[in-house]
Design a binder for this molecule. Structure first.
Ligand SMILES: Nc1ncnc2c1ncn2[C@@H]1O[C@H](COP(=O)(O)OP(=O)(O)OP(=O)(O)O)[C@@H](O)[C@H]1O
Ligand SMILES: [Mg+2]
Length: 241
């Protein structure tokens, strides 16, 4: 659906948090993994990104968090054409994006608290200035009593919630999550969904890649659907909100 998507929804690149205009992406000299994507995300919106394994969900997220580059087309992030952002300024853009990775990427030698505090330490904040914020955030994701635990001792759903806390501790403008309920049971999936909904209510734009159709249907949120690297659907599916 290269050019036609929803002109009435298309925003000026300046207004959207994220705007793709006919973007394709390939790994090395391989075939195009993502093909002719045109869509935009409004500030404060909440979308799921669905599609079969290999459809390109993680690759699309990589483009957005600047770990990969388009091979074609224009990508605007926070109103800026990313192809014109000098490499030195990319970390500044990147800091406005929170990412929950498919495989968590927690640091095993640090406690839960230190994993969450790390982005703040890197940003130059002193422990006295963030201790309470980090503790409150860990309580918010239900890990108050596990604050000093090492990641290896946490259950799957606890690791997932720790990864979410770390992704949002810098108060990003957009939160990307890759299969955040992939390794947890139904109940924990709903609990995690509630965290995302709450964050979204506080103003964070949310994009979640998932296979979990039940979660999508329950949320009532709109869907970007990828099929073999192409966007094939934009809009709500499934049940009520
Ligand atoms: N680093 C890479 N180098 C080369 N090809 C890659 C790389 N990462 C992904 N691919 C290919 O790109 C395509 C899309 O992969 P991607 O990981 O984006 O899919 P996905 O929708 O996230 O799948 P899943 O649901 O299994 O996580 C696949 O054909 C995959 O083999
Ligand atoms: Mg993936």
């Amino acid at each position: 659906m290269s050019r036609q998507p929803h002109d009435e929804q298309a925003l000026d690149a300046d207004d959207a948090i994220l705007a793709f205009d006919d973007v394709s992406m390939r790994y090395g000299r391989g075939p195009e993994t993502l093909k002719d994507l045109t869509f935009s995300l409004e500030p404060g919106s909440f979308h799921f990104l669905t599609g079969a394994s290999g459809a390109g969900k993680s690759s699309l997220l990589k483009l957005i968090y600047l770990a990969a580059k388009p091979s074609k087309g224009l990508m605007h992030l926070f109103g800026q054409d990313v192809s014109t952002v000098p490499p030195k300024q990319q970390p500044m853009l990147r800091r406005r994006i929170g990412v929950v990775f498919q495989e968590f990427r927690l640091l095993d030698h640090m406690s839960a608290f230190d994993n969450v505090a790390l982005p703040l330490r890197i940003a130059g904040r002193k422990p006295d200035s963030y201790r309470q914020d980090v503790a409150e955030l860990l309580a918010w994701v239900g890990l108050r009593s596990r604050m000093h635990a090492m990641p290896a001792t946490l259950a799957g759903g606890e690791k997932q919630r720790l990864a979410i806390a770390r992704a949002v501790v810098n108060r990003p403008d957009i939160l990307l999550a890759d299969e955040p309920t992939g390794n947890v049971d139904h109940e924990m999936g709903l609990r995690i969904l509630r965290l995302f909904v709450e964050l979204n209510r506080l103003g964070t734009t949310v994009l979640i890649a998932t296979h979990d159709q039940d979660l999508v249907a329950r949320s009532g949120k709109p869907v970007l659907h990828l099929e073999d690297g192409r966007l094939t659907q934009l809009g709500p599916i499934g049940g009520a909100s």
